[in-house]
Write a protein of this length. Structure first.
Length: 415
């Protein structure tokens, strides 16, 4: 494709051989014909030479744009993108060398390859001057059409590959951007889920206290009174009354434990270290699994959002140990390095593929690793988990204190 009529008389000083002879060397790639034509700028002050170049390079994969002066060439380069510039050196006014210097000096056109054509500047120092201003090739007239076509095909293919890479990079950037948006949306959804979960837990705890615990306590008192009224000689009725009192006592204790886990009064009144001790002790009593607790004395009460985040993470971690880890011991450590509070939970159990499970909730209805990370992130901290099959699991939560606390942070997961 060309922008002017190509069937003009041939200039014998531009090419050797017949411009219509079978093409040799590299041909334009087949994929070029399936895409938009590649722009090639040809610059020469002699129209007959431009016509020859258009005939030699006539190809459906090329769009040839002619310029008969340096000014026309500069205007074309401003308006469009070119894969290649074929430039005659000897032109009136601004020479090809001077034009090349201007092209290479502009950011938009600095990367356009330039092939010089000349019948006059054949000395070595002239050739070096051409390369010095950014030429990628230097052809002497008369030019063999097959050689010219082969060289042009190389640069066209290079441009096409570069364009494909640029398109792939843009597509990749769009995909990364979309994935980040999806991750941010997922993080926001998880944050709302955690907040809603906390609100619902408080509501359920209050309902348990008002509507279940109090009636159970009243039944427990009445069952105790009934057992006391029955004489020792009552036999079976006396034993049934005692058994009823025991069952009601166990039910009341279980409801109280559930209510305490939903909304821990120990955390509200005594702080984080106390609730970690109480939770670990209750876990050992219920499961028989030893918990080694190492908590430093905190300098002062932490913000409630940080205390609640660390407490919930410990709850979930212990629930996972109980149901999945088959561990013999759990270690819980609470430290306060400069400007931070850090919680470490380690078990010597079976371990798991943390990377595969990190993006989904576990099967027991708990927070899951995703929500554990969100707990840490919403408090401004970082969450790390290291686990492989057979190596146990280590969880580390580090949250900044002071102004940084609660500012939000990027949760991390490492395996």
């Amino acid at each position: 494709m060309k922008t002017t009529i190509a069937n003009l008389p041939m200039s014998p000083d531009l090419v050797t051989g017949s411009p219509t002879q079978p093409r040799m060397g590299l041909a334009a790639p087949a994929s070029v014909f399936q895409e938009d034509p590649i722009n090639i700028l040809i610059v020469d002050d002699r129209p007959e030479n431009l016509a020859v170049l258009e005939t030699v390079l006539d190809d459906p994969g090329y769009r040839l744009v002619r310029a008969e002066s340096a000014d026309q060439a500069l205007l074309a380069l401003v308006v469009e993108e070119f894969a290649l510039l074929i430039l005659d050196i000897r032109m009136p006014g601004m020479t090809g060398i001077e034009l090349a210097q201007m092209i290479k000096g502009r950011k938009k056109t600095a990367q356009v390859p330039i092939i010089f054509l000349t019948a006059h500047y054949t000395e070595d120092h002239r050739v070096l001057e051409g390369y010095g201003v950014g030429a990628v090739d230097y052809l002497h007239k008369p030019v063999n059409p097959a050689i010219l076509r082969s060289k042009v095909a190389v640069f066209v293919e290079l441009h096409r590959k570069t364009r494909e890479v640029a398109q792939a990079n843009r597509a990749l950037l769009a995909e990364v951007t979309e994935r980040r948006r999806a991750e941010e949306a997922l993080r926001a959804l998880t944050h709302r889920m955690v907040q809603a979960q906390e609100t619902e837990r408080g509501s359920v705890a209050l309902d348990l206290h008002d509507n279940i615990t109090q009636p159970l306590c009243a039944l427990l008192v009445r069952s105790q009174a009934l057992a006391d009224k029955l004489s020792a000689g009552a036999g079976a009725p006396k034993r049934e009354a005692i058994k009823l009192r025991e069952l009601l006592g166990e039910a009341a204790s279980e409801v109280e434990r559930i209510s305490r886990n939903l909304r821990p009064s120990v955390l509200e009144h005594l702080g984080l270290a106390a609730v970690l001790r109480a939770t670990s002790a209750e876990f050992t009593e219920r499961t028989g699994l030893a918990v080694k607790l190492d908590c430093v004395k905190l300098e002062e009460r932490l913000p409630i959002n940080i205390e609640m985040a660390l407490f919930r993470i410990l709850q979930e971690a212990l629930a996972n140990v109980e149901q999945h880890a088959r561990a013999r011991q759990v270690t819980v450590g609470l430290t306060q390095p400069d400007g931070f509070v850090q919680l470490n939970i380690t078990d010597d159990g079976a371990g798991f593929d943390a990377h595969r499970h990190s993006a989904r909730q576990n099967g027991n209805g708990g927070l899951g690793l995703l929500a554990m990370r969100e707990r840490a992130s919403s408090a401004g901290g970082h969450f790390k988990i290291k686990s492989l099959h057979g190596t146990g699991t280590e969880i580390e939560v580090c949250i900044p204190l002071g102004k940084a606390a609660g500012a939000g942070g990027a949760a991390e997961s490492k395996t």
